[in-house]
Write a protein that binds this ligand. Structure first.
Ligand SMILES: Nc1nc2c([nH]c(=O)n2[C@H]2C[C@H](O)[C@@H](COP(=O)(O)OP(=O)(O)OP(=O)(O)O)O2)c(=O)[nH]1
Ligand SMILES: [Mg+2]
Length: 150
């Protein structure tokens, strides 16, 4: 039986085409140990308004994925995070915006995540959450997480 991470990682695309315009987005999967993961709601006035996503954001020039995600999780949730494996990484297009979307497991963090930038937060069961409420790119990611719940 392959491990949970092996099964998830088999879905990472082998080849990722990037262009200078590609936006590298990093997002964190915080798991509460009971099959629930943390989601943040995209705020009014932004693209994909009202849909739910994994906390994170755009990497700044020169940042590694881990550096960018640690910074974003501190800014958005007020936590210091320890990051684990890359769970998924694939290209995604929204209109004329090309993303390189990478998710990493967040293995440990200090304190209780809180909304530092006004976004609604919720813990959801990966198996039962209605995926239509997620950003389109996050729907296949949640499907993988649902499969990997022990
Ligand atoms: N943080 C995060 N972003 C995601 C996820 N899934 C997903 O499609 N995205 C998209 C939404 C945005 O287009 C982009 C993240 O950029 P951001 O949140 O820093 O950007 P933004 O809202 O300021 O920018 P924009 O979309 O209005 O251009 O990635 C996810 O799980 N987490
Ligand atoms: Mg963000």
């Amino acid at each position: 039986m392959p491990s949970r991470s092996t099964r998830l990682n088999t879905c990472v695309s082998d080849v990722l085409e990037t262009t200078p315009e590609t936006i590298h987005v990093v997002a964190g999967v915080l798991n509460d140990g009971q099959g629930r993961v943390l989601l943040a709601q995209r705020p009014p006035g932004k693209s994909l308004e009202g849909l739910w996503e994994f906390p994170g954001g755009k990497a700044e020039p020169g940042e590694s994925a881990a550096q960018a995600l640690a910074r974003e999780l501190h800014e958005e949730l007020g936590i210091h995070a320890e990051l684990g494996e890359v769970l998924t990484r694939f290209p995604w297009r929204y209109g004329d915006k090309q993303l390189d979307l990478e998710t990493l497991r967040v293995t440990h963090w200090d304190g209780e995540p809180r909304s530092c930038e006004g976004q609604a937060l919720q813990w959801v069961d990966a198996r039962t959450f209605d995926r239509e409420q997620l950003t389109p790119a996050d729907r296949p990611i949640m499907a993988l997480l649902a499969e990997s719940v022990d």
